[in-house]
Design a binder for this molecule. Structure first.
Ligand SMILES: Nc1ncnc2c1ncn2[C@@H]1O[C@H](COP(=O)(O)OP(=O)(O)OP(=O)(O)O)[C@@H](O)[C@H]1O
Length: 302
């Protein structure tokens, strides 16, 4: 067996519980996955399945209740202040709402200069404007038109491209994209996903693509992990899992395609409500099984 390269970022049997006692919410249970340079992992599941909790742990916004987060193979909980600064630069996030994440009082140029000044001491002051232009070109926006504008003067798709440029400004190694297209017009979603995929390849980024829309995983990711009620119930190569899902819950997610915004119990899904409940019940039962990390860094339900 060939040795796997050390992942840039890994969650190793990570659990996150909110609250205590009978009211505790087990948002993530023994989750393991790894992000590698130039590869994307799609984390898919319904609302409330725990995807954002995993993203926030990867960003080090939430501390895991149990388990470890590893950056370049080293646990982050013992990191020095300097290592934490490096981590904050290396792991960048793109949010769902492209408007809320931009300050309406500032131009697009301002939004891109800030991370350059904060994270890129290698760039001279005299080079900042040219770097802003290059970043906008990288995300296929015209710098002359876009740099002097304010967020409200751009379309949703353009704003999300600005957010991608802002994340790239820090020269990251990992990007966590939490539902990056769900608030965009359907017509521009694919363009943004293609851009993320292109950036992943060109810049050798490890990409965590979080979505409730399993069908889109194919456009961005090589690997997929399906979450239900805080646990990964199926994982593997994205094409194999989508074309030949093994777990009933993955089949359920696929049954909502092509419109992932409708609920499974919507009559147009043509699943009987009792079938949906049965699948959810069986999926929840897998939580009681032992999980192990396999050689490919993923979780397999035993
Ligand atoms: N800060 C918190 N305090 C208490 N419970 C929380 C907190 N954050 C998340 N949860 C709960 O944890 C569970 C998982 O939520 P999470 O947001 O991770 O799911 P998700 O799959 O990202 O859903 P969505 O797509 O709706 O954001 C939910 O039951 C949620 O209510």
């Amino acid at each position: 067996m060939t040795a796997q390269p050390t992942p840039i970022l890994a969650l190793d049997r990570v659990t996150k519980t909110f609250g205590h006692g009978p009211g505790a919410v087990h948002a993530a249970r023994s989750i393991s996955f790894s992000l590698h340079a130039g590869r994307a992992l799609a984390l898919v599941g319904e609302s409330g399945s725990g995807k954002t909790t995993c993203a926030r742990m990867a960003m080090r916004e939430y501390m895991p209740t149990e388990g470890k987060i590893l950056f370049r193979g080293e646990p982050v909980d013992g990191a020095s202040p300097a290592e934490t600064v490096l981590y904050r630069r290396a792991v960048q996030m793109i949010f769902q709402d492209p408007f809320a994440s931009l300050n309406p009082a500032h131009t697009i140029a301002y939004h891109l200069k800030r991370p350059l000044l904060l994270h890129r001491p290698d760039i001279k002051r005299s080079e900042i404007d040219a770097t802003v232009r290059a970043l906008l070109q990288q995300v296929k926006l015209d710098p002359d038109l876009v740099a002097p504008k304010y967020p409200h003067e751009l379309s949703g798709g353009q704003r999300q491209r600005v957010n991608i440029a802002r994340a790239l400004a820090a020269k990251p190694e990992v990007i966590v994209a939490d539902e990056p297209t769900s608030m965009l017009d359907v017509s521009v979603r694919l363009g943004v996903l293609n851009l993320l995929s292109e950036m992943k390849q060109q810049m050798k980024l490890g990409l965590l693509y979080i979505t409730h829309d399993i069908a889109t995983a194919r456009y961005v990711a090589e690997d997929i992990a399906v979450m239900y009620a805080g646990q990964i119930v199926e994982w593997g190569n994205v094409g194999k899992v989508i074309d030949n899902p093994a777990h009933p819950y993955t089949k359920l997610l696929l049954s909502a395609v092509p419109d992932p915004d409708i609920r499974f119990d919507d009559p147009s899904v043509r699943l009987r409500p009792e079938d949906v409940e049965e699948i959810r019940r069986k999926s929840a039962m897998t939580q009681d099984r032992i999980v192990e990390v396999d050689t490919d860094h993923f979780v397999r339900t035993a």
